[in-house]
Ligand binder design. Structure first.
Ligand code: FAD
Length: 310
């Protein structure tokens, strides 16, 4: 059995593994895809102290750093359920899709999240070539250009306000007949001169020139007419889905499905901690996930020295 078992091998899981292993305790990481969302990222310019890197490079560096330590890395392993300890201080079980099961005194959940996609032609083809999901990450790449934001909830409207300060023009596209964002955000949005808001619009296709995005088509749902906007970027803001389905009914989740944690990374289950994009942490970023993973590992260690003979 492990002292700490980490489920998920993105930035949060990698940081948790290193912090745990440095305490000299038995550490394992089970991950469906070691590297996580970082593997799907092109330029990274906000990983502080590294001026510029890319996803595959950072993912390889994460793996190399983890492998400097005695960590059992189990890649391509998908967890399907968590069974809390039957007695206080007992072993927690994580069941894997392949039928095996892992036991540990503490568990750190770091299974991350994924952006909800529009699922329209061109979206996948132009991902990272104009189709983006993270304004904090990619906003500055569109300085002086025209972009659309898809989605009029809080994250879409926040993104549009944020981007309006960087880009030339923002078209915000909402499927519903009205925006769903908080009134204060909508008031700010409508005060900006370089933002156009289009409601009752269904995005239908991302256009490009083979290299990068050149436009977006949408259908006006009030009269079924088709329209096309010329632009260089599209930020899809229709939801970030936490990878927490496998935890439903065991660990307390927020209405959005995020694992609820306190400021030490503790979940509702004793000995089970969580970190990164799968949790209620307010901002989803690499550097924040790494900090949270470190916090969760230190909390797990603290839990171990209080409850078991290491
Ligand atoms: P993830 O990176 O999502 O890792 C989750 C891990 O858990 C993976 O190993 C996954 O395979 C595994 N997993 C999931 N479910 C299971 C399961 N059931 N069993 C076992 N393993 C499982 N952030 C920045 O700071 N800067 C950027 O420039 C930036 N650009 C981005 C660009 C794109 C296209 C995307 C998608 C994200 C970007 N982000 C960026 C966000 C950043 O990648 C995330 O905030 C960060 O990766 C979150 O780390 P995490 O460890 O919490 O989760």
């Amino acid at each position: 059995a492990y002292d700490v078992l980490i489920v998920g091998g993105g930035p949060a899981g990698a940081a948790a593994a290193i912090y745990a292993a440095r305490k000299g305790i038995r550490t394992g990481v089970a991950a469906e895809r070691f590297g996580g969302q970082v593997l799907d990222t092109m330029g990274i310019e906000n990983f502080i102290s590294v001026k510029e890197t890319d996803g595959p490079k950072l993912a390889a560096a994460l793996e190399q750093h983890v492998k400097q330590y005695e960590v059992d890395v189990m890649n391509l392993q998908r967890a399907v359920s968590l069974v809390p300890a039957s007695t206080p201080g007992g072993l927690i079980e994580v069941k894997l899709e392949n039928g095996a099961s892992l036991r540990s005194k503490t568990v750190i959940l770091s299974t991350g999240a994924r952006w909800r996609q529009m699922n329209v032609p061109g979206e996948a083809e132009y991902r990272n070539k104009g189709v983006a999901y993270c304004p904090h990450c990619d906003g500055p790449l569109f300085k002086g250009k025209r972009v659309a934001v898809i989605g009029g909830g809080n994250s879409g409207v926040e993104a549009a306000i944020d981007l309006a300060g960087i880009v030339r023009h923002v078209t915000l596209i909402e499927f519903d007949s009205k925006l769903r964002a908080d009134a204060v955000l909508q008031k700010k949005l409508f005060s900006l001169s370089n933002v156009t808001v289009i409601v009752s619009a269904l995005s239908t296709e991302v256009h490009g020139d083979g290299q990068k995005v050149s436009g977006l088509s949408y259908k006006d749902r009030t009269n079924d007419t088709m329209h096309r906007v010329e632009l260089e970027g599209i930020f899809v803001q229709i939801g970030l889905l936490p990878n927490s389905d496998w935890l439903k009914g065991t660990v307390e989740l927020s209405p959005r499905g995020e694992v609820i944690i306190d400021d030490r990374g503790q979940t509702s289950v004793p000995g089970v901690f969580a970190a990164g994009d799968v949790t209620t942490v307010p901002y989803k970023q690499i550097i924040i996930a790494m900090g949270a993973g470190s916090t969760a590992a230190l909390s797990a260690f603290d839990h171990l020295i209080r409850t078991s003979t290491l």
